[in-house]
Design a protein around this ligand. Structure first.
Ligand code: ATP
Length: 353
């Protein structure tokens, strides 16, 4: 039997609801695959924790999650809980920086034609992997020095050689494992020096992967192409903020934020969480779509080198959506978070038999 310690950070808003449902699904997975044992260890973190104890990311949480084999996270932050400068609590971003989780993997796969606003795309015909650089880029400004002029503010876009090199290599290595074997760098190299620098390094790294086709597209044009012809892209690599925006745009093409999983991977640690936030507009109603978190858990099982568990989760999601039914409200259905989880477990059982 393989036993894994899973740090469980459910967070705020719908984060709690989707994380709890995913945990229930994973508990059931262990009944079907008894050779896997997941020990969930909960830790406090988020805006709710700040309201209780004055710190959204307690030191004991940071130390505890470092010891885990993987970290499963719901979502963090509440719009009404802010720092004095007006920004929200974002401990989920802080841990990317503190644990050096430089590679943000955001797969975007369409599971049913009725989930996309685009015409003519069937199950699997949108299948992209955005690799977002997670530790620098425009988010660098969060911790960099502030403007000395009281009448202005600035955020710096910072790209280092090390940062650009390792994320480019990460993207190429991912592309090798996929059938299309293409990597597209998205940047603004015609205007920004940091982008031109990133592009130079990306092309250098690309030379070490001659079997992979490379292209570079400016971010504004890419936003257009992503809507007009998403099927022409495969792996996409980009800096932090462009990746943040484009992965939400991409989520819109496959059914919304409830369908978009993610993984934040470093050399030592990894966090798995939905791409969405705490969705205060629907929090507390039990109607959030847990699929993004369940698919993130599938990525976690893959990371833990349990491919059988990962494929059982993914094939069950594929099966449940075969007819475009069995959906939560965001996709036009009527299932609650819990009812979706129950149906999924039934499908997992059937798949397994
Ligand atoms: P953040 O800035 O923290 O990433 P956000 O501002 O992007 O958050 P989200 O919380 O991701 O906002 O929500 C964006 C929209 O998507 C909201 O209308 C929300 O209700 C919807 N949404 C997000 N996640 C889900 C989900 N799991 N199920 C259903 N709807 C969702």
């Amino acid at each position: 039997m393989s036993t894994y310690q899973i740090a469980f950070l459910s967070g705020d808003g719908i984060g709690k609801e989707v994380a709890e449902e995913t945990r229930r699904v994973l508990e059931y997975l262990q009944i079907l695959l008894p050779e896997i044992k997941l020990n969930f260890v909960p830790y406090p973190m988020g805006a709710g924790e700040y309201l209780k104890n004055g710190n959204p990311l307690p030191d004991s949480t940071l130390e505890g999650i470092k010891k885990a084999d993987a970290i499963l996270l719901g979502a963090m932050g509440l719009p009404e809980v802010r720092w004095s400068d007006g920004t929200e609590m974002v401990p989920q971003i802080e841990i990317r920086e503190k644990l050096d989780l430089y590679a943000g993997e955001r797969p975007l796969r369409l599971y049913h034609e009725s989930f996309t606003p685009l015409k003519g795309f069937q199950n699997g015909e949108i299948d992209l992997l955005i690799i977002r650089e997670n530790t620098e880029g425009l988010f660098w400004g969060r911790t960099a020095g502030r403007s000395e002029d009281p009448d202005s503010e600035e955020d710096i876009m910072h790209i280092s050689r090390k940062g650009a090199e390792r994320i480019s290599r990460y993207a190429f290595k991912k592309a090798i494992l996929r059938p299309a074997k293409k990597v597209c760098l998205v940047d603004k190299a015609n205007v920004l020096k940091s982008s031109a620098f990133f592009r130079e390094i990306f092309l250098e790294v690309g030379k070490q992967f001659p079997e992979i086709e490379t292209e570079c597209v400016y971010v504004d044009a890419f936003a257009l192409f992503l809507v007009q012809r998403p099927q022409t892209f495969d792996v996409i690599v980009t800096e932090n903020m462009f990746g943040d925006i484009l992965s939400d745009l991409g989520a819109g093409l496959i059914g919304g934020m409830g369908m978009a999983p993610s993984a934040d991977i470093g050399e030592q640690h990894a966090v798995f969480q939905p791409s969405h936030g705490t969705a205060p507009d629907i929090a507390g109603q039990g109607i959030a779509n847990p699929v993004a978190t369940i698919l993130s858990a599938a990525m976690m099982m893959d990371y833990l080198k349990e491919p059988r568990a990962a494929s059982l989760l993914i094939s069950s999601v594929e099966e449940i959506f075969k007819e475009g039914k069995n959906t939560t409200r965001d996709l036009g259905g009527a299932l609650s978070t819990r009812a979706f989880g129950d149906k999924l477990m039934q499908v997992m059982k059937n798949q397994f038999e």
